[in-house]
Design a protein around this ligand. Structure first.
Ligand SMILES: [Zn+2]
Ligand SMILES: [Zn+2]
Length: 344
């Protein structure tokens, strides 16, 4: 039998845990209800024609998977987009403190991507793996690296209030064209039990003779809603889905345990599962996509398999340096060895 002081201590600790869980549950249920009622309110406005580009090039500068040693992999996202004459950086990776040089900077150098020659930055949402680390989240900002490398006056399109010492921050409050053929979808809310609320925006690029490419960071709102919102905002068919969809299914034994637990939009007793993947595949399939490319930072090998089964040759798991070009002529992947300089 435990001494009574220890029993009291255990009872008090148990009570505190239950109180925290109760508060988190109440917060979660209330926010989910609010989101279910209001998620379309930001998208009532339709965009006028946003124009077209002849081609889009996308290359992941940060992804979890990397095909060779001189390119660093980390569980974050940063994509370099070139759509017509416009060059954008979509998210800025995780910026792991253990690395001497952040993956974003190291990989940009190796892939000859000039981070000083950008027309803008788009931040999908304020999570550490998309804004350059948890320090950036704490300060509601984003960063390429520990030292300030961002060009002065660079337009930065953000989905939630943020600030930056050098960039010109522009808050997205609804659908918005930001350059010929390029638009932002309105930030969509999502509530996670442990992480709390988040608002996430996606980019769409309209390619002449091809249709829309939708580019997603983590996909927290769910691809179903992102596709629906794109269709509410623009009268152009979606032909490609690219980036994070947050489907870390059967994550036990993979490096995606964290994503599967704290990034779960369901209550903790319902993990992200096979039916979520089936639903995402069904929604994407219904659009007749010519390309589906899944980020390796927030989906698991089981999900890559399910997507490969569903989309065959049209599917790709993204790795650092995997250069994609989309045009009226179709989809082309450039072999990495022709884009990198071998280390001596
Ligand atoms: Zn993410
Ligand atoms: Zn996230």
């Amino acid at each position: 039998m435990l001494p009574s002081t220890q029993m009291e201590w255990i009872a008090a600790a148990g009570g505190a845990v239950l109180a925290v869980l109760g508060a988190l549950s109440a917060r979660y249920v209330a926010a989910r209800r609010r989101i279910e009622r209001s998620w379309t309110t930001a998208v009532e406005r339709k965009l006028d024609a946003i124009g077209e580009v002849d081609d889009l090039m996308v290359v992941p500068l940060v992804e979890r998977l990397t095909p060779m040693q001189q390119l660093l992999g980390e569980p974050g996202v940063s994509y370099l987009l070139r759509a017509g004459k416009t060059t954008l950086l979509f998210d800025t990776g995780l910026n792991r403190r253990s690395e001497i040089r952040p993956a974003l900077v190291q990989n940009a150098d190796a892939l000859h991507a000039d981070l000083q020659r950008l027309d803008g930055v788009v931040i999908s949402h304020v999570h550490p793996d998309h804004v350059g680390g948890s320090g950036s989240v704490r300060h509601r900002t984003f960063a390429f690296a520990a030292e300030p490398l961002e060009p002065k006056g660079l337009p930065a399109y953000v989905p939630a209030p943020m600030s930056h010492q050098r960039a010109e921050v522009v808050l997205t409050t609804g659908p918005r064209a930001i350059a010929p053929g390029i638009a932002l979808l309105p930030p969509l809310p999502q509530m996670m039990f442990w992480l709390g609320p988040v608002a996430e925006q996606a980019v769409v690029v309209n390619i002449r003779g091809f249709g829309l490419v939708l580019i997603s960071g983590c996909g927290h709102p769910g691809i179903e809603r992102m596709l629906a919102v794109s269709e509410l905002v623009l009268d152009v068919p979606i032909r490609a889905v690219y980036g994070g969809l947050h489907l870390p299914v059967h994550a036990l034994g993979t490096p995606l345990m964290l994503q599967s637990t704290i990034g779960n939009p369901h209550p903790p007793w319902r993990p992200i599962g096979e039916r979520d993947v089936a639903s995402a595949i069904a929604e994407i399939s219904a659009r007749g996509p010519r390309l589906v490319a899944l980020s390796s930072h927030d989906s698991s090998p089981w999900t890559y398999g399910a997507f490969t089964h569903a989309f065959g040759e049209r599917y790709r798991t993204l790795q650092v340096g995997d250069e994609l070009t989309v045009s009226a002529a179709g989809v082309r992947w450039r072999p990495l060895h022709s884009t990198t300089t071998p280390t001596p």
